[in-house]
Structures are given as C-alpha cells and as structure tokens.
Design a protein around this ligand. Structure first.
Ligand SMILES: [Zn+2]
Length: 91
C-alpha cells in the first residue's frame, strides 16, 4: 500500500483514483514501457517525475538517475513497481 504526503498530511494513494483515470495511469505506464524498450531504466520513477497534461498527455521527466537497461519485459522490477505506484493491476 502506498501513501502520499500532501500539504503536511498523509493520504492514501487512492487519491490517484480521484484525480487520474485508469486510461491516464495506463498511459503513464506505457510511456515507461517505451523508455525501457529503448534500453533505459529510469531508476527514479515516481509520481513526482510524471507530468500529466489536461488533454491526457503524459511525460516522464528527470532522467538524472537513468542507466542503460536490457529490459526483460513485463517482469522487469521497475515496470512492476510502476504498476504498483500507479495502482494498476499486475501484468
Ligand atoms: Zn525494464
């Protein structure tokens, strides 16, 4: 179970459900999948490093920790982590 720290209060991450639709959360995940398929492990994927645009666009930012990566696919640790923090069902 994940938690967010917002304005000095701890809130359950289900706050994401109130703000982000499944489609937008899935788009963020697919963005990370493309990054992995390009051979990059972000290494700092979290909600602070995702930009969500009002039109539904998604951008992953801050590659300061990124490393080269030969992605094993859906079982990849970071991809599984991403599904968890985006509160998407496991692959
Ligand atoms: Zn990977």
């Amino acid at each position: 179970m994940s938690w967010l720290w917002i304005n000095g209060e701890v809130m359950h991450v289900s706050f994401i459900y109130l703000v982000l639709t499944f489609t937008i959360r899935e788009a963020a995940y697919q963005c990370l999948v493309l990054i992995h398929q390009a051979g990059v492990n972000h290494c700092d994927f979290n909600l602070n490093n995702i930009l969500f645009f009002s039109g539904g666009g998604v951008r992953v930012i801050d590659f300061s920790e990124a490393v080269e990566h030969d992605c094993p696919g859906p079982d990849c640790y970071e991809l599984c982590w991403a599904r968890d923090i985006l509160e998407l069902p496991p692959n």
